[in-house]
Each structure stands twice: as structure tokens, then as C-alpha cells.
Design a protein. Structure first.
Length: 211
């Protein structure tokens, strides 16, 4: 038997007798999941570049304030607690989606949005305070790297919140159709990825300020 024949011969006991070369494209769930994982990986690569830039520029304060003088410990801890709790409520939302429980999906999605909005409000408040004190992104290379890294993460959180609102509207109008469920699961993956990135921000940026 030639190699070509071997590749097109179904395995003994395989229910699908169609040769592998003629089975067509993968299922939509597989393609969508693979594509979204590629998107998340590209996002992680982008944040890795921002982390590297921050690590290089953290000591370039141009005579201005450094992180030790600027960062508010209370704000950072509350922000972190809100985002980590939102990851937990997002997980509960995923379980409700698997059960096709609309009420549970709405409840835990609303809790996730509330915690995410609280996190975002605290972050914007911190940015406003720093800018008012003359520590804006143009003050030094350190602050440019800080605002770029943390601000990009905040932008992702904002998009995630808008995505949650949009998906709840789709659940209300379309129900748990396969396409809606796929989008919901992609959303929960996206939100968990944001939490992972924030752990890096908290460790490298805030804990790195040598409290």
C-alpha cells in the first residue's frame, strides 16, 4: 500500500468512512475557537511588548516623581479585588450559559459588568489625580510607558464591558442559539485573559514600585 493510499484509508473502527482528504473544513466551533485563541495570543504579545518597554523605562523619570510617590496603595488593592472578583462572577456566568439558564446568565453578567465598571472608574480616577498633579504621560518616559500599558488594559476592559452589554441584548432577542453561545464563550475567555494581564500589571508595575 502506498503512502497516499494510507492517508485516504479510514482507520479500522472509524465511523466516518470518508477519506481524510475529502472530509471538508473543520466544524464552525473548532474554527471559531482556534481563531479566537490566535487573537488572544496576539494580544498577549502586544502586552508583552508594553511590559518590556515599561521595564526599560521605569527609571527614566526625568527628575519627576516615580511610582513610589505616585501610586495609591488603597486604589490599587481595591482595583485588583474588583477585577479578580469579576473573573469569579464571569466563571459563574459561563456555568449558567452551559445550563442555558437565562436568568443566571443575566445575573452574573450584570455582576461582572458592575465590578468591571468599578475597576474602570477607580483607574480613571487615579489617572485624573496623577494628571492634575502634573504627572501626565508627557512628563517622563516612565509615565509614558505607565499610561500606555495601564491605559491599554483599561481600554480592553471598556471594550469587554460593551461586549457584555451587547451579548446580553443578543441573549434577550435571540436566546441561546449556537452562534450566541460561541460569542459568549469567546467573551468569557477574553475577560479571563484581561485578569491575567492585570496580575502582570499589579506585580510588575505596582509591586515593582518597592512599597
Amino acid at each position: 500500500m502506498s503512502l497516499a493510499d494510507d492517508l485516504t484509508t479510514p482507520v479500522e473502527g472509524d465511523e466516518d468512512k470518508t477519506p481524510y482528504s475529502e472530509r471538508g473544513p473543520a466544524p464552525v466551533d473548532v474554527v471559531a475557537g482556534f481563531g479566537f485563541w490566535l487573537f488572544l495570543l496576539s494580544d498577549i504579545v502586544m502586552f508583552s511588548a508594553f511590559f518590556a518597554a515599561y521595564a526599560v523605562l521605569v527609571d527614566h523619570t526625568a527628575g519627576g516623581p516615580d511610582g513610589l510617590k505616585l501610586f495609591n496603595r488603597t486604589y490599587v488593592l481595591i482595583e485588583t479585588m474588583c477585577l479578580l472578583l469579576s473573573s469569579f462572577t464571569c466563571g459563574l456566568c459561563s456555568l449558567a450559559i452551559e445550563r442555558r439558564d437565562a436568568r443566571g446568565t443575566y445575573l452574573w453578567a450584570a455582576a461582572t459588568v458592575l465590578l468591571g465598571a468599578t475597576f474602570l472608574g477607580l483607574e480613571l480616577s487615579e489617572f485624573s489625580r496623577m494628571i492634575a498633579d502634573g504627572a501626565g504621560p508627557t512628563r517622563s518616559a516612565f509615565l509614558s510607558a505607565f499610561f500606555t500599558l495601564v491605559g491599554t488594559h483599561g481600554l480592553h476592559v471598556t471594550l469587554g464591558l460593551l461586549w457584555f452589554v451587547s451579548m446580553m441584548a443578543q441573549v434577550a432577542t435571540l436566546g441561546f442559539r449556537p452562534i450566541v453561545v460561541r460569542r459568549l464563550l469567546c467573551l468569557t475567555l477574553f475577560w479571563h485573559a484581561l485578569d491575567i494581564v492585570w496580575i502582570g500589571v499589579f506585580t510588575i508595575v505596582y509591586l515593582g514600585a518597592r512599597w
